[in-house]
Design a protein. Sequence first.
Length: 244
Amino acid sequence: MPPTFAELETSWNESFSEAKDAIGQIQNFFTQIDNETSMAVEILSSAVKVGVKRLGELKDDLVAMYNEAEPHQLPVISLMKQSFAWLDNVKSPISNLSPQVTIWRDQNLSSWGGGAGRAYLLEKTTQQKAAIDDVSKNADKISEWLMDIAQRNVEYMLEFVDKLGVIVGHYAGAAAAAATLVGIAEAIGDAADAVAAVFAEMVDQLTDVASRFMLAVSDERKIDSITTDNTALPGGKWPESVVG
């Protein structure tokens, strides 16, 4: 069963909460690393200092990435909400009208014969049903387009959070080594290399997700095509049988 709006909203907000917590842990672990190595700077090798510097720079890059993503939290929720609104408030009620179009509201009309009766039955009701079906179909397409854009954002955050979890572990290990100064040179260097590798992999994957996001957004032409297609709405207007 497809997820509800509430479920999607909860999952989306949780991903931001997890990302924020992970960023906070990374900052705290780096502060520990920096404090411990600063106190023993005279006895530490240049390799340790270089490793600490790299960890600091990567930490700053991660914080910047989170800060860039954070302003998009509420707009994406709005996209999700509007996507469901097109289904609940447009497609569903409109599609419910479709099977009722050819049902005579006045049974006396069912006996309406001659050219006028045939014209109403074959032309007016046919036009009305086609227009209703067209609006229902287009509402579904617009809903799908909005959700596709939202989904690309969700994929971005899920990938970001997943990689942050791995990176937190490397900072934690480096902080533990810095606290004892035992094997610190190797630990700091390994942590810096590991974080850099995960960061590079994350950037590549997020770039791919961002590319798909831009593809979805640039597909606005499809929506323009949908909203300007008057195949079932001659002249861009509803049939006379609808407007009276």
